[in-house]
Design a protein around this ligand. Structure first.
Ligand SMILES: [Zn+2]
Length: 431
């Protein structure tokens, strides 16, 4: 028997990028709105009076009147194995990896530790209103199994895949081409397309893979249509120099990945700070996507992402926390830092575009916009309920705000996990 529930509240979702000029045709909003959810999928939405009129006596209504309901947030780049690394002091990228990240990732050889942290991580995402993420585990196969097992239990739509690295890392985290290939094949077979889970080929970044390993990843990418490819790109100046020394034949950092066939519509590159026009043109031609990680880029001193350059060309961009380099799991906090990063470079992130970026923009970045990211009828009903009055400062600011845009902007600048009143996964209250 099918199960019908209703959510009532102020409903906002996006149909496309509102752009720098905030085109009002890009979103729909009902101040007193409702969502009808049948078997976890959106069946109707609109004014509450209209949507609720089809209600049967047995149907449940969750009343969130006075609060804002938006699609669940999509974090397009985050490391679950770095739960214990967040807020570590004083290092830029390469020292950061050696001093903090690699030692923390070593512990994931133990499946029990991996289970425990995966559970903690997913619960943390739910508390922050994030319902989908593209996740990095560690090099260990068991870290992927632990993550997907936990994600399956929560029924969350998640993308993840074993980190690949066969050089320039400690022995205890090093794989090799043949072993890594076998692990990937097994993991794809076991997890890709199972329920709401998807597999991503995940070379950590170019310096930690041999050309042979990158070539193997390129082969698997061709052989397994539907899997993702995720990695880091052009984050830090010293990193880029190192890539140049390791791959002298490549025109640029992006070109290293390009030579091994790792660009494409399902490829997601995190950071993308230090790019040139030729790189951006390759993003366009290959339909590859970018993750914008503002708290991480500020915290480890990497640089400033150019959103306008990417969006003007039509490159898909999603927002990302990049915890543990990032300093918050909150996509609202991440939007606040994104706003500041762009402001330093004469760009502005209006609230509409901000909320698009955290929802549908992220879904587009991960090629999941046919399933999540908006409340279009038929989509999976993942949503987050946000409280305008979660803190005294937020309550005061949103109370005096004259327009919805002002209220949304206040929420994106002042909100965090305290503003998350409820999170729903396919229409089921998860928090
Ligand atoms: Zn990262």
């Amino acid at each position: 028997m099918s199960k019908t529930i209703y959510l009532r509240g102020s409903i906002l979702h996006f149909l496309r990028d509102p752009g720098a000029e905030a085109d009002p045709a890009a979103w729909e909003h009902w101040d007193d709105g409702a969502l009808k959810i049948v078997d976890g999928h959106v069946a109707a939405m609109g004014p509450a009076a209209q949507v609720l009129s089809s209600r049967a006596a047995a149907d449940v209504v969750h009343d969130h009147s006075g609060k804002l309901i938006v699609p669940g947030f999509v974090d397009t780049h985050v490391h679950y194995a770095q739960v214990d690394v967040i807020a570590s002091y004083g290092r830029q990228l390469l020292d950061w990896l050696n001093d903090y990240t690699f030692p923390a990732e070593r512990a994931f050889a133990d499946p029990e530790h991996a289970q425990q942290i995966a559970g903690l991580f997913l619960e943390t995402l739910l508390r922050h209103g994030t319902t989908t993420a593209a996740v990095y585990p560690t090099v260990h196969k068991q870290s992927v199994n632990a993550f997907f097992e936990q994600a399956q239990q929560c029924n969350m739509r998640m993308v993840c895949g074993k980190i690949l690295m066969d050089r320039n890392c400690p022995d205890y985290l090093r794989d090799d081409v043949a072993g890594a290939e076998q692990d990937c094949r097994e993991l794809i077979q076991r997890w890709h397309g199972k329920g709401r889970l998807g597999y991503a080929l995940t070379p950590r970044f170019a310096p930690t893979s041999t050309p042979q390993q990158l070539a193997m990843i390129g082969r698997l990418y061709v052989e397994n249509p539907g899997v993702w490819m995720q990695t880091h790109l052009a984050e830090n100046v010293d990193e880029i120099k190192w890539v140049k020394a390791l791959f002298p034949e490549a025109r640029s950092y992006l070109d290293v990945y390009d030579r091994f066939g790792l660009l494409g519509p399902r490829s997601v590159f995190a950071h993308c700070i230090h790019l040139d026009e030729i790189d951006r043109a390759r993003f366009v031609a290959s339909e590859s996507a970018m993750s914008f990680c503002p708290t991480s880029n500020l915290f480890i001193g990497s640089g400033f992402f150019d959103l306008d350059a990417a969006r003007t060309l039509g490159v898909r961009v999603g927002l990302a926390t990049d915890v543990g380099g990032g300093t918050s799991y909150s996509m609202l906090q991440t939007l606040a830092e994104a706003y500041k990063v762009l402001m330093t470079h004469g760009q502005r992130l209006n609230a509409w575009r901000g909320f698009w970026l955290a929802t549908l923009g992220g879904a587009e970045c991960l090629s999941l916009d046919d399933k999540i990211g908006s409340f279009q009828v038929g989509k999976e009903a993942d949503c987050v309920v946000l409280d305008w009055a979660a803190t005294p400062v937020l309550a005061r600011r949103t109370e005096v705000a004259r327009t919805l845009e002002e209220r949304l902007f206040a929420l994106m600048m002042l909100g965090d996990d305290r503003a998350v009143a409820a999170t729903y996964i396919e229409g089921q209250r998860a928090l």
